[in-house]
Design a protein around this ligand. Structure first.
Ligand code: SAM
Length: 407
């Protein structure tokens, strides 16, 4: 008889109380890995937790706890077609997209513990914390690596000198100390068949193009062919959200001949703001007189100076500006007009819809509105990532020989 995850959660005290609860990451990764060959990576850590924290003495301790019935909103696929890892996971926009495509997530990392709570509530797995502290050798083999990493500048002084000396793998020197370095070292060690990286649109122009140059050259140096494009989430949800998507394929496998194309976008956005609004909204989301007055004055001042857009009052039959992680501050970039009242900000549920999350995505009651705004503002337009993921998996699955590690 399968054991329900909700029961296990209580018995095994899976309760995220503070950041970096690595033992819970080991435990939940172990449970997810049972039966697919990846639990061996997590068994020692999970056993240590069971023996020392839970005082479990049965041999083996997990006897009677497997198999598991995943009674969570987004359970892993029953017959997975490929394995992937979810880096800088946030609340799991990529995880949902790639699970929808039949992928099994075998490793995840996200260090913000409020985001970890939302992630666990939806996927039944606690992410590992700081990626910079994780040994790449301890990550299971996978077909696809995915992640939206924070953008940081690189110091490229001395790069040309190193190249002149004929040194390979200069990325170790060039990107050290940045989070992109952590992606590069994992790709270097695990050699996934493909990867999908996502970032803000101006990664391409950041630091006069140097940042993107280092990133793309590093990825090529690692033996991958890269494809990149700026795509707008507005074709999947009523939000203008342009992101650079970088997709890479392992040259050892595809020899640089993969037939990859980005998904085609329709002519017009299929949804408008009205489609995502809640019918009944608490008054706490209405701007106070003070804030509304301040935003109007601020906008006038900047308009007079010829710069800035000020606040963004949406049109019901239009799309919104980009939802940012700072939306919790004043909500000024996306305001909903109200009759006879000051405008209001979006509710967290409306933010979820604006990023294309389905209705059964759980926004846990123990995560505050402020944290929820930050989480959705940092996230991705999920169905766009699913469509890009579909184009990647089509390349991988076209020829079965490419997908040797199917579970
Ligand atoms: C742009 S967000 C990605 C959000 C994600 N794609 C989603 O769908 O929710 C980047 C994430 O990286 C996390 N992060 C930043 N530095 C990290 C580190 N050293 N280790 C693990 N996670 C980190 C942040 O907390 C943030 O949630």
């Amino acid at each position: 008889m399968p054991v329900k995850y909700s029961d296990l959660k209580k018995k095994l005290k899976i309760d995220i109380k503070k950041p970096e609860q690595t033992e819970l990451a080991y435990l939940t990764h172990f449970l997810h890995g049972a039966g697919n060959g990846t639990s061996k990576y997590y068994q020692a850590g999970a056993t240590q937790y069971a023996e020392t924290i839970l005082d479990m003495v049965a041999e083996p301790w997990y006897q009677g706890y497997l198999p598991i019935k995943w009674d969570i909103p987004f359970p892993p696929p029953e017959n997975p077609k490929f394995k992937f890892i979810d880096l800088f996971a946030g609340i799991g926009g990529f995880r949902m997209a790639f699970q929808n495509l039949g992928g099994k997530c075998v490793f995840t990392s996200e260090w913000n513990h409020y985001a970890q709570k939302t992630y666990e509530a939806n996927f039944g797995e606690v992410p590992f914390g700081d990626i910079t502290k994780i040994d790449e050798k301890e990550i299971p083999d996978h077909d696809i690596l995915v992640g939206g990493f924070p953008c940081q500048p690189f110091s490229i002084a001395g790069v040309s000198k190193k190249n002149a000396l004929g040194r390979t793998h200069g990325f170790l020197d060039e990107t050290q100390g940045t989070l992109f370095f952590d992606i590069a070292r994992i790709i270097n060690e695990k050699r996934p068949k493909a990867f999908l990286l996502e970032n803000v649109k101006n990664l391409v122009s950041h630091d006069k193009g140097k940042t993107f140059k280092v990133i793309s050259e590093t990825l090529r140096e690692l033996g991958y062919t890269i494809h990149y494009r700026v795509l707008d989430g507005k074709y999947y949800a009523p939000q203008h959200r342009e992101r650079i998507i970088i997709v890479g394929f392992n040259k050892d496998i595809f020899l640089g001949n993969e037939e990859f194309t980005f998904p085609e976008m329709p002519d017009n956005p299929p949804m408008v703001i009205e489609d995502i609004l809640e019918k009944e909204v608490d008054d706490k989301y209405t701007l106070t007189d003070n804030l509304w007055e301040y935003l109007q004055k601020y906008a006038l001042k900047h308009k007079a100076a010829g710069n800035g857009f000020g606040f963004g009052l949406v049109k019901f039959d239009g799309i919104s500006r980009t939802l940012s992680a700072r939306y919790y501050k004043d909500g000024s970039e996306i305001l909903i007009p109200q009759e006879g009242k000051n405008p209001r900000r979006l509710t967290p549920r409306e933010c979820a819809r604006l990023q294309g999350y389905p209705e059964n995505f759980v926004i846990p009651s123990y995560v505050s509105d402020t944290q929820a705004y930050k989480q959705f503002g940092n996230s991705v337009v999920m169905p766009l990532m699913e469509d890009v993921g579909r184009s990647i998996t089509q390349v991988l699955l076209k020829k079965n020989k490419h997908v040797k590690s199917v579970i």
